[in-house]
Design a protein around this ligand. Sequence first.
Ligand code: NAD
Ligand code: DAU
Length: 358
Amino acid sequence: MKHVLITGGCGFIGSNFVRHTLKNFPDYKIVNLDKLTYAGNPGNLTDIEKNSNYRFVKGDIVDAALVGRIFAEENIDTVVHFAAESHVDRSITGPAEFVQTNIVGTFNLLEAAREAWLNDKAGESKNACRFLHVSTDEVYGSLGETGAFQETTPYDPRSPYSASKASSDHLVSAYFHTYGLPTLITNCSNNYGPYQFPEKLIPLVINNALQGKALPVYGDGKNVRDWLYVIDHCQAILTVLQKGRIGETYNIGGNSEKQNIEIVNLICDILDEKVGLLPGGEKRRSLITYVKDRAGHDRRYAIDATKIRTELGWLPKVNFKDGMRKTVEWYLDHKPWIASVTDGSYREYYEKMYNNRR
Ligand code: NAD
Ligand code: DAU
């Protein structure tokens, strides 16, 4: 039995990962450590909260004593580290929390793993341990019209968010080279799917379009992202955890580059088809509003996923159009979930972030 510590398991990717892992590996024992920030929602996991192999701990990865206690109490041999401040726009208006959680929090987890796995008590058992750090393609910076990020692409982060993730990646790598901690790093492109918080492009546009509100598109709408369905990301992480070579980095991507405006148009068209036109008989595309650009907005991301495909045999299974239809359907079927996460604090965030963009 593996004793897995998952951090940030109440967020978007983390909650999908907890569910996917318990379904596919029912003998894994999972401890989910999550601070429940605005982005964390225990309601994302109500269907599995009674599973006897699952334990939830509300807490902060910046709390070193708590993290150390969990390692000792639960005999943790595997870490899958998702917990982070994850939204680029919030990192522009308030970077301090990104430094704390993404850098100091990662450092604490590395120290706890070093203490638990690399001291004499651990003996040979450390060979079975794994510390998988979930990171982002944004650490590589921004691409021109052509090319794609490879694992060897030099780091060039350009937002406080990506700089904090780059910093945490370097710490993880340092713990492998210096102490021999058995680490793995994954750098993934943009995810979409169920349970994504509506501050990110896709769920924000779905939510606004359902309410007949303006759909804010930054700049000229032609920035490009490489989209991956979240369950494909979860499966890639499990593949790296089980088959990846210690100390290595694996890029993960959907091979599905889209301009933002294409995504917004697609969501409008799916919703028009599924729930009918707006009350005035207009198509939802009429809600599209070009707004002031994000500061330092990276132009294009694209992932070269050759390494994980050829070395570990992972490929994405969900194509973009099917994934987007499934995602829109999920939000249509989970309106109470949307209502519960777009409460007062979300409205305040929205006003602060979007009112001065017009
Ligand atoms: P999210 O914002 O939806 O969830 C983050 C989770 O971490 C929340 O549950 C939150 O409560 C928790 N958390 C935040 N600070 C914490 C702290 N100090 N202690 C404990 N828990 C804390 O994020 P996400 O989109 O699911 O991303 C998860 C990870 O994947 C992040 O590390 C992110 O950098 C990375 N990633 C995300 C994407 C994407 O497209 N969303 C792509 C590549 C990589
Ligand atoms: O590439 C991986 C990264 O993808 C992850 O590391 C981040 O955690 C995740 O948030 C995501 O970052 P992005 O900045 O690419 O995602 P976001 O959904 O915020 O924006 C996607 C694109 O859409 C981006 O070019 C900005 C644009 N956008 C976004 C919002 C919220 C808009 O045009 N309007 C909006 O209102």
